[in-house]
Write a protein that binds this ligand. Structure first.
Ligand code: BES
Ligand code: MN
Ligand code: ZN
Length: 495
């Protein structure tokens, strides 16, 4: 799908030939003398339209307007969140009506957040999964014009929004693939393809190399599967070589059966989404590769299946992690932390400014925060604040959770340095405390996306979260890195 940004007032928008035109109508809407203004003003006056987000009114070939259909969409105060709701409703109402060419009109002084939300919501709502359908009927939308009063002011924000939307979609597509397609090997191939397309450095290690390095914990999880593990290392260099990178670590369990501590069969299919963290790292590289900001970025993806087998790791088995710490695996279903801990130790070699791991880690996080906010854990307050702000701005929010040492009590083992599970209470925090033992050498944050990476039920499917959050955070890291002065013309927010 092509997105373009254009300067158009309402009279200009009325002259745009397209299959559908969405006009966002805010509470502050000031009608002009053009046909679109008249339509919206009359609809408001007749109470057939309200400026409330989610309220819609469709018109077919209205007089004086070139578009075949017009959708008037209330957008409240016109801020990002309301615009997102409005565009979601409007584009949703046009699904399966054959609209190929769409204009979305943001009248008045649209904010950067509104433009970002319009792009994100259009891409999200029009996405159609077809990869494993025999008669693929894909997305109808082909070209989307975002019309604003002053396109010049929005160019940077618009390009970022478009790249982020592409990254989200890339992550969704990978996330939605079933486990017999999205194998660790396939993830490795996708990483290589990304690297080729964007000039990134990419290395993909296999079982022998990973065992040789000493990743005994990661190796233990993978050993019950016929699918060979992969450890993916991606590097993007947009700043001078010596500048410390941000490292993203994504959990890439392509199927989590639980292993010997096997899961109940109800909804087990959803454990194909257990590579959502990995998908979000790849999606983020997709966006960063397009935008080429002045930062250095490393992506690490430990990927394997968690399966029961005669060769599987068993409850009570003790393994040696790359850090040297021994781990008693009391529950083979707490496998995410076992593959992440070795990747977190591996991250030390990059002398990172920050390491952020992203993982569908605990059912307990779903209980705590539901599907609205991802769980955020951080050892560094600045990093935590930046991620919280990025999440809110990108409408991909997270919420900070505690890391008190008392939560680590339950991880004590009589036979190893640490156990991989504690009690059920505070499960999301217990898991984070386990990871923290391996992340002591740099500022660290952990995003538990178990509740946000996919939707269940009728709308079952990957969301692509938290690509939006990560891209926004990373773009904000330009200039902030190692005190380099701001680029000329770049706007910096006061701290
Ligand atoms: N991938 C799951 C977490 C998960 C479960 C995400 C349900 C979304 C929905 C993870 O590997 C897991 O199984 N965690 C266990 C940990 C427990 C054994 C301590 C869990 O949450 O039940
Ligand atoms: Mn599990
Ligand atoms: Zn898992």
């Amino acid at each position: 799908m092509d997105f373009e940004l254009k300067t158009l007032d309402l009279a200009g928008a009325a002259r745009e030939k397209c299959d559908a035109l969405v006009l966002l109508v805010a509470e502050s809407f000031k009608p002009g003398k053009d046909a679109l203004s008249k339509l919206a003003a009359e609809a408001l006056k007749g109470r057939d339209l309200e400026a409330k987000p989610g309220k819609l009114l469709q018109a077919y070939r209205p007089a004086g307007i070139a578009a075949s259909r017009v959708v008037l969409a209330g957008c409240g105060d016109g801020t990002g969140k309301r615009v997102h709701t409005a565009v979601q409703a409007a584009v949703g109402s046009l699904r399966t009506s054959g609209v190929k060419r769409l204009v979305i009109c943001l009248p008045g002084k649209a904010g950067e957040d509104a433009v970002r939300a319009a792009v994100a919501a259009t891409a999200e709502t029009s996405y159609v999964y077809v990869a494993t359908k025999s008669k693929p009927e894909g997305r109808e939308l082909q070209r989307v014009t975002v019309a604003v009063e002053d396109a010049g002011r929005h160019e940077g924000g618009f390009a970022a929004a478009r790249a982020a939307a592409n990254g989200v979609e890339f992550a969704r597509e990978l996330g939605n693939l079933p486990a017999n397609h999205a194998t660790p090997t396939r993830l490795g191939e996708e990483a290589r393809k990304l690297a080729k397309a964007h000039g990134l450095h990419c290395e993909v290690l296999g079982p022998k190399e990973v065992a040789r390095i000493g990743m005994g914990s990661f190796t233990a999880v993978a050993q019950g599967s016929e699918q060979p593990l992969r450890f993916i290392v991606l590097k993007y260099q947009g700043a001078p070589q010596g500048e410390a990178p941000v490292v993203l670590v994504g959990k890439g369990i392509t199927f989590d059966s639980g292993g010997i501590s096997i899961k109940p069969s109800q909804d087990m299919d959803e454990m194909k989404f257990d590579m959502g963290g990995a998908a979000s790292v790849l999606g983020t590289f997709h966006a960063i590769g397009q935008l080429r900001p002045a930062i250095n970025l490393v992506g690490l993806i430990p990927s394997c299946e968690n399966m029961p087998d005669g060769r599987s790791v068993k409850p009570g088995d003790i393994v040696a992690s790359l850090s040297g710490q021994t781990i008693e695996i009391l529950n083979t279903d707490a496998e995410g932390r076992l593959i992440l801990c070795d990747a977190l130790t591996y991250a030390e070699r990059f002398k990172p400014r920050a390491v952020i791991d992203i993982a569908t880690l605990t059912g307990a996080c779903v209980v705590a925060l539901g599907a609205v906010r991802s769980g955020l854990f951080a050892t560094d307050d600045t990093l935590a604040r930046q991620l919280l702000e990025a999440g809110d701005a990108a409408l991909d929010p997270c919420w900070r959770m505690p890391l008190d040492d008392e939560y680590a009590e339950g991880l004590k083992s009589n036979f190893a340095d640490v156990a991989n599970v504690a009690g059920r209470a505070g499960g999301a925090v217990n898991a984070a405390k386990f990871l923290q033992r391996f992340a002591g050498k740099y500022p660290w944050a952990h995003l538990d996306i178990a509740g946000t990476a996919w939707k269940s039920g009728g709308a079952k499917g990957s969301t692509g979260r938290p690509v939006g959050l990560l891209v926004h955070y990373l773009l904000g890291q330009q200039d902030a890195a190692s005190g380099r002065p701001a680029r000329r013309g770049a706007k910096r927010k006061a701290a």
